[in-house]
Structures are given as structure tokens and as C-alpha cells.
Write a protein that binds this ligand. Structure first.
Ligand code: SF4
Length: 378
């Protein structure tokens, strides 16, 4: 069986940030160890036992909200069930307010070899606006604690186009991040998602967000400043030192299959994996989202899947285009529609080499539009 990416979702956070639409809960008490137990059961009774892990990624939520023993027990279970391939990238997301040197040392000793720090901003005013629990100064402390614990592969997540953010404020953030010389930077534009506190505030006109031109200028600054410092813009929002692209996320962008454990985690199975789970063909599945329900389902010995959807070859092709276009390497076309390609080339949104399409610098601002145009030709 080919190795596969494994995602583990830890659904807890110290508090809920106003912009967050992830499956995360500000819960504490007995539900936390109960959820960890249920996650261990889901992993240990997995129908995919023995499938090697190509990459392992702990996301959330905040994985480092868990104590060291719980976090390590989950990783140990994953590695027992999915023996990691040589040089397997094993990442944990971490919130700068929930880590210290001792936790990082335990994580490094236990097998994690990559940390992704949710920094978001170095400015306390931004962090307060985002309702994050950490302060700007926590980021440097956490980053260097990770380095000292032996992590030579550390990502920083930052967001731009924040409420009241100025160009100068964003430049300061980028400069402070680059000065720390992380191996990887994920730089995302804040999006206002439905069902969040920010969405309701936005509807009431209470959020003062940078306009479209300012957002474009902030993004262009990401590209130019990271390039000056030797980072490769290997994906629209992701920048890596040579050899430090995120292997786990590359699996997603390559539309490869992945397994998912934990409340609300989403997995994607190709035909071979689906067969192991007793299904007839390629599917996407979502685990029960609410920790209490997830725990109850596991205790009853029933499936932890809340829903599943069949993935037809057509759906898969649209997703392959959507995801692959985000990469600097672009995507290989299965079908060609010369009229559509000519239109996109004339707009200077794409370059075409044989069957391979890549986005131009201008085209990166129109990735979804390009993907949809190409998908409709298939
Ligand atoms: S720390 Fe991340 S996952 Fe948790 S509430 Fe904030 S944005 Fe959501």
C-alpha cells in the first residue's frame, strides 16, 4: 500500500477567536481527556492499519492545548498504526501562548520534527482585535524555544488585511517575521467567514478592513520581501526556504488521498483506501464535529464519520485544477480548450508550456476564476 498523508485534528483552544470558523471549542475539564481517549480508539481501530504515513500533521484547534502526555500518546498511536516512512515530516501546529521549552523538548523527543506557529501578528493591537490569547512577545519566545529544542523546520503563520491594519503595520510584521529566519512562512489574507463573530460585526459595519487595493499591495509585499530573503513562493500563500516546502500540504495541493482522525477532521480516500473501509469507490468523509458527540459515537463502537460524499472523476478533476493551480509548478491539463486558453493568456493570467498551466504574478490574484474557466473546458 502506498504511503499516505495523515491528519489529526485536536479541537480545543483556550478561547474562540472572533474570526475563526475552524472546528474548535473553548472547552476544558473531563471532555478533553475523554476526547483524547476517543481519538486513540479511532486510530487504533482504523480500517487503514498498516498503511504507512508519508506525512503526519497535527492541526486544530490548538494541538499544544493538550498536555505533553496526551499529545505524545496520540502521536505514538498514529505511528504504531501508520509506520512513518523514512524522513517523514511530522508537524504540529502550536499557539505561541500554549508552549514552552519543556513541551517543545518533549515533542521533539517524541518524534515531531516540524512546528507551525500561529503567530498571526507581532502587534498586540492586532492580536487583541483578532481576540488571540497570545502577545507579540510570545512569538519570539516560542520560536526560539522551538529552535533550542532542536526543531530545524519551523513555520510562522501570519495574516494580513486585519481590522484597522495599515501598510506600515503589515510591513513591520513581515520584517519581524523575516528577521527570525523561519524556514517557512504562511501568509494569508484575513477572510470574513459566515457564522463567525467577525461576520456579524462586519454586517453591522463595525470592522474597518483594508480595501481591495491595500490587500493586493500587502500581498505583493509578501512576494517581494520573501523573494529578497531567498524564500521560494511555491504556493500562492506559502513561502519556503529551499527544501522546506510543507510536504503535508503538498499532498493536499496535489489532490492526493489523506486520512483524518479526530473530531471534525476531513479525509479523502482513493479507490484502494475506500476498499479497505468497505466502500465501493473514492470518497471524502468528515468525522463527527462536536467533541461530546464524537466521544459518544466512539463509546458506542459506531462509526465516527458524520458524513461521506462520493468523489466522481469529474469532481476530482475540478479539485485537482483548483488546488494544483495554487502551486508555482502549476498543473497539467487533461483537456485543452484553445479558445479559453487564449483568453487567459491574453489577460496575462496564465503561462502555458505544453500541457502545463502556471499562473502569472497577475494571475495569482485570480486563481479561482482561472480554475473555474479551465474546469469548465474539461
Ligand atoms: S487559535 Fe486558531 S483554531 Fe483556535 S479559535 Fe483561534 S483561530 Fe480558531
Amino acid at each position: 500500500m502506498s504511503p499516505v498523508a495523515v491528519y489529526v485534528h485536536v479541537p480545543f483552544c483556550p478561547s474562540k477567536c472572533g474570526y475563526c470558523d475552524f472546528n474548535s471549542y473553548a472547552l476544558s475539564g473531563e471532555i478533553v481527556p475523554q476526547t483524547v481517549e476517543a481519538m486513540l480508539t479511532q486510530i487504533e481501530t482504523s480500517p487503514f492499519v498498516g498503511v504507512p504515513a508519508k506525512t503526519i500533521f497535527f492541526g486544530g484547534g490548538t494541538p499544544t492545548f493538550l498536555d505533553e502526555a496526551s499529545l505524545m500518546s496520540i502521536l505514538e498511536a498514529v505511528m504504531r498504526v501508520h509506520p512513518p516512512i523514512e524522513n517523514c515530516e511530522i508537524t504540529s501546529e502550536a499557539n505561541p501562548g500554549t508552549v514552552d521549552a519543556s513541551k517543545f523538548r518533549a515533542m521533539r523527543a517524541g518524534g515531531f520534527n516540524r512546528i507551525s506557529l500561529g503567530a498571526q501578528s507581532f502587534l498586540d493591537s492586532d492580536l487583541i482585535a483578532l481576540e488571540r490569547v497570545h502577545k507579540g512577545g510570545d512569538i519570539e519566545r516560542a520560536f526560539f524555544a522551538a529552535r533550542e529544542a532542536g526543531f530545524d523546520n519551523v513555520n510562522l503563520d501570519l495574516m494580513f488585511a486585519l481590522p484597522n491594519q495599515t501598510r506600515r503595520g503589515w510591513t513591520t510584521n513581515l520584517e519581524r517575521a523575516l528577521a527570525m529566519e523561519p524556514d517557512h512562512l504562511s501568509l494569508y489574507c484575513l477572510t470574513i467567514e459566515p457564522n463567525t463573530a467577525f461576520y456579524r460585526r462586519h454586517l453591522r459595519g463595525e470592522l474597518h478592513l483594508p480595501d481591495d487595493d491595500a490587500q493586493v499591495a500587502m500581498y505583493d509585499e509578501c512576494v517581494s520581501r520573501t523573494a529578497e530573503k531567498g524564500y521560494e513562493a511555491y504556493e500562492i500563500s506559502n513561502f519556503a526556504k529551499p527544501g522546506r516546502a510543507c510536504q503535508h500540504n503538498l499532498e493536499y495541493w496535489h489532490a492526493a488521498p489523506y486520512l483524518a482522525y479526530g473530531p471534525g477532521a476531513v479525509g479523502c480516500l482513493n479507490d484502494d483506501l475506500a476498499q479497505m473501509a468497505g466502500r465501493g469507490g473514492s470518497i471524502r468523509y468528515t468525522n463527527h464535529k462536536q467533541p461530546r458527540l464524537y466521544v459518544e459515537k466512539m463509546a458506542l463502537g459506531s462509526t465516527t464519520w458524520l458524513e461521506e460524499e462520493a468523489l466522481t472523476p469529474e469532481t476530482h478533476e475540478v479539485e485537482r485544477l483548483m488546488l494544483g493551480l495554487r502551486l508555482a509548478e502549476g498543473v497539467e491539463l487533461a483537456e485543452r480548450d484553445e479558445k479559453v486558453l487564449r483568453k487567459l493568456i491574453d489577460r496575462q493570467w496564465i503561462d502555458l508550456t505544453g500541457q502545463r498551466v502556471t499562473l502569472t504574478a497577475e494571475g495569482r490574484h485570480f486563481c479561482s476564476e482561472v480554475a473555474l474557466e479551465l474546469a469548465m473546458t474539461g
